[in-house]
Write a protein that binds this ligand. Sequence first.
Ligand SMILES: [Fe+2]
Length: 312
Amino acid sequence: MKKLIFKPIENFNWFLGLKLFKNANYFSINLFNYFYKKNICNHKYLKENFVKEYHVEGFAKLNKINSKIINEINSELKDQSLNAGLNNQINFKITPKIFGIVKKLINHDLDKYLKLLEKYYNQKINLAYLTISRNYETSKEYNNNSYFVSKKMEPYSNFYHTDGYVFNMFKIFINLQDVNEDEGPLHLVKKEKSKKFIKLKKFYSREKYLRSEESDKQVEDCLFKNTGKLGDVLLCNTAELIHKAGDVGANKKRDILFMSFVATPDVNDSIDYFSFNEEVFEDKIVKKLSKIPGVRKLIRFYFKCKKISLKS
Ligand SMILES: [Fe+2]
């Protein structure tokens, strides 16, 4: 009975999100994001180019990480002999040594950006999820002419979607190798082109959109593909943008380091970015802090953010 009442509301919430905010996140979450950005974010920091880009476009390239530190990580990964799972994706084990290098990278190379983002968000920022993964080519188990493709057929996050989190969660991607078009770069749908993308791909959700090569060609200009060199860094809000992992070509692979950070009043007394220590090796923390279910909880979270926002 409950399902009979709530399902249509949920569907309508989804439909409105897509129609009005042109992404695949709920209307209620988009509305939260809109008011957070309007009323809680500190617009004084939009004078910083990367903050402005991030605020307006939803993503920004940051300065490259020194290749020495990336090579340090890569030489640690080299010794891990892990088998690709069924979905042809490997998640490397984050050893204490690797975690130490990543912490150094955050404290040295990313600190200046994170400090400014804390001021922009008006909240303390914490690392909430860290993973290093390798994607290989995966055979397609579905037909290119299919419109509906079950999520079960998705090998890794390579179906277009928007992450169901609030704006407070953002990601930083670091290339551990040079990434070309056929090595599966992240695809982002540019905000100003999302209307065209949704129309031409007949996009409704992760499971429902056109998969044909022809439709891919039609939306080529709607995409930003995160190709680049070893050490390149991308800051991105995947809760605002439609995106997917690119498909990896035959005999190719893509190694990448992902970090999710959350700007939140829900972490007390954090003195650095690492309040959660090794807990960030699983995605539980990021879910707990930034997946806010239900409108009532979203409203409560909004007012908590507003009340506790750092007054800078
Ligand atoms: Fe995603």
